[in-house]
Write a protein that binds this ligand. Structure first.
Ligand code: HEM
Length: 206
């Protein structure tokens, strides 16, 4: 199988799995199983899944290197785009449902809760990455593409700072995510154990 391309079935399975939390949220809303503050529920669920999927995206490269399972590599794009979709839903929940797209309320909230700037900065980085995730953009950017896409680490750092700043008492959530991110970053520097018969093509670390 071509290691660089995913089959339609693989992409469908990954996309379907990524859509489960969203479907669960919609089903909970439709059956009245959300809390008395449904907007908060949607903001939290979409924010958490954006971050989780970003970390899963970053786990693909070390997993592929350690297992040699090359079929994983093309799923990185699907996972990254799913993280972007959750981040977009998260941002829109705040702008449309929470602030009613009312300019003065948005400005007031941005001034009152400065951690929103960090989330917004992470979102801008994700927009750039999503916009350059097409094959055409890869071709156009050439060797600059992997370098640009390393900015995913910047998006993760900003999202972690955003989350860490907004929690008031229990910081175990952001701390746990930060530990996972640090572990994933550290794994990139560990040498991969040699496997007999393995032909490695060095991939740009991301
Ligand atoms: C324009 C972009 C963004 C805005 C306006 C925004 C806004 C918010 C707001 C209002 C909250 C809830 C704060 C509270 O409970 O008081 C929140 C929580 C959160 N956001 Fe964002 N955010 C943005 C981008 C992001 C991005 C890109 C990520 C992740 C990649 C992210 C991850 C999270 C997480 C993990 C939480 C905490 C969820 C929880 O409490 O369980 N946010 N964000």
């Amino acid at each position: 199988m071509n290691a660089g391309r995913s089959t339609r079935a693989e992409t469908l399975i990954t996309s379907g799995a990524c859509a489960v939390p969203f479907a669960w949220l919609v089903a909970s809303a439709a059956t009245g199983r959300l809390s008395p503050n449904p907007i908060e529920d949607v903001t939290h669920t979409t924010g958490e899944w954006a971050l989780r999927l970003l970390l899963v995206t970053l786990a693909v490269t070390p997993l592929r290197r350690w297992t040699g399972w090359s079929t994983l590599a093309p799923q990185r794009r699907t996972l990254g785009l799913a993280a972007f979709a959750y981040a977009t839903a998260h941002m829109l929940t705040w702008a449309v449902l929470d602030q009613g797209l009312h300019g003065p309320s948005i400005v007031e909230d941005l001034l009152e809760r400065p951690y929103i700037w960090l989330g917004a900065s992470a979102f801008v980085v994700l927009c750039v990455l999503a916009a350059t995730s097409t094959r055409a953009a890869m071709r156009r950017l050439g060797r600059r593409w992997p370098r640009l896409h390393r900015a995913v680490w910047l998006a993760v750092a900003l999202a972690l700072a955003h989350y860490g700043w907004l929690v008031k008492s229990d910081e175990s959530g952001p701390f746990a995510y930060a530990c996972v991110a640090a572990l994933l970053a550290g794994l990139r520097f560990l040498p991969v154990p040699a496997r007999p018969g393995r032909h490695r093509t060095p991939a740009a670390p991301r």
